[in-house]
Design a protein around this ligand. Structure first.
Ligand SMILES: [Zn+2]
Length: 150
């Protein structure tokens, strides 16, 4: 969980909200929770994607960047493309391009929960992959721009 300054929805004072992502029935959700010391307002919000950018940024900055790398061989590339095709609702050529891009840039970066989400799917296609914690400087794909994340 990360902490983010947030305006209370009732009195508009700044509160410290706990934010994070979750895998909930195979969907990549996010949550925000706080209780306001000023007015007593309690918020516990669970939501479907897309995650607001400021919340994702707080998670990345506080919990770190992770990178999922696919083992580069022909069989693995094909299986990974099949996986991305279904997972991200892409065309065949978009799925192949995404696999090429992931291999060219040596991985898909994002939060730990996002990597876990992709890894779970890759596992069901028997794709070989690894996940490592990385420095922010390697960040290049905006995960939330990939269309139709389920
Ligand atoms: Zn309040």
């Amino acid at each position: 969980m990360a902490i983010l300054n947030w305006n209370c929805s009732q009195c508009y004072r700044i509160v410290e909200a706990g934010v994070g992502q979750s895998l909930y029935s195979c969907k990549l959700g996010w949550y925000l929770a706080y209780s306001c010391n000023n007015c007593g307002n309690i918020i516990e919000l669970d939501s479907a994607p897309p995650i607001p950018q400021d919340i994702r940024k707080a998670i990345l900055e506080q919990s770190g960047y992770y990178q999922l790398t696919i083992t580069d061989n022909r069989e693995n590339r094909i299986k990974a493309a099949q996986c991305f095709y279904g997972l991200f609702n892409l065309s065949t050529s978009q799925a192949l391009n995404l696999v090429k891009k992931v291999i060219a840039y040596n991985g898909v970066p994002g939060t730990d929960v996002e990597m876990e989400y992709i890894a779970k799917e890759l596992k069901s296609y028997a794709v070989k992959y690894s996940i490592n914690k990385i420095e922010k400087s390697k960040f290049y794909i905006n995960f939330t721009e990939i269309p139709s994340i389920k």
